[in-house]
Ligand binder design. Structure first.
Ligand code: ITT
Length: 201
């Protein structure tokens, strides 16, 4: 970790604490502040496009807070479900479910599909400045879904997603291991030059 008192501050515009933790780790050359410190910031209802959603979250927060903000819009795309739940992953199974409830709803939908249940995580990352500039990037992690949840780390669908070339699921990987191969790690590393440009400007 490249910690130090001079790291530039940016805000991570997400209400998902699992995501926020990961983005802070990946962008460890910045002092990444949580949106929990800005409870009044509100996002409009999300549409179906990852890039547009990520850009809106970062831009709305940047304008409201007055500093450079990053955000992501991400989801799990399951081949057997024609790419669902995709950008609707946070709402899969209906309103009122938590991570565990959504995961169980997905396991139910997958029960009759044979191995390998191919899937991929997709992440659109975005950075925005208060003066209205923004950039996006993307990252993908391909793998397969298991029918039994395993592991304690991570969040969301991590207990059933096994990345290609791994026998473990995401929730069993070390944090650095997840960041090295995850959709989010790839998407934010691909955004690093754009973040540096907006922070310097
Ligand atoms: P914000 O909009 O506040 O950022 P959100 O959780 O609603 O939070 P998304 O709309 O981007 O964000 O939904 C992403 C969902 O996809 C997330 O809630 C998880 O269910 C799933 N997901 C994304 N990345 C994941 C990961 O690394 N591990 C497990 N599940 C993930």
């Amino acid at each position: 970790m490249s910690a130090g008192p001079t790291r530039p501050r940016i805000v991570v515009a997400t209400r998902n604490t699992g995501k926020a933790r990961e983005i802070a780790r990946i962008l460890d050359c910045y002092d990444v502040i949580s949106l929990a410190e800005f409870p009044a910031v509100e996002f409009p209802e999300e549409g179906g496009d990852y890039f547009e959603n990520a850009r809106i979250k970062a831009s709305v927060a940047a304008r409201a807070i007055g500093c450079v903000c990053v955000a992501d819009d991400s989801g799990l795309e399951v081949d057997a479900l024609d790419g669902a739940p995709g950008a609707y992953s946070a709402r899969y199974g209906g309103a009122g479910l938590d991570d565990r409830g959504r995961l169980e709803a997905l396991l139910e939908a997958l029960a009759d599909f044979p191995e390998p249940r191919r899937a991929r995580f997709f992440c659109a990352s975005a950075v925005a400045s208060p003066d209205g500039r923004s950039e996006v990037a993307q990252g993908v992690c391909v793998g397969r879904l298991l029918l039994q949840a395993r592991g304690d780390d991570g969040f969301g669908y991590d207990p059933i997603f096994s990345p290609q070339g791994e026998s473990r699921v995401m929730a069993e990987l070390g944090r650095d291991e997840k960041d090295a191969l995850s959709h989010r790690g790839r998407a934010f590393r691909a955004l690093e030059a754009s973040i540096a440009n907006l922070v310097r400007a």
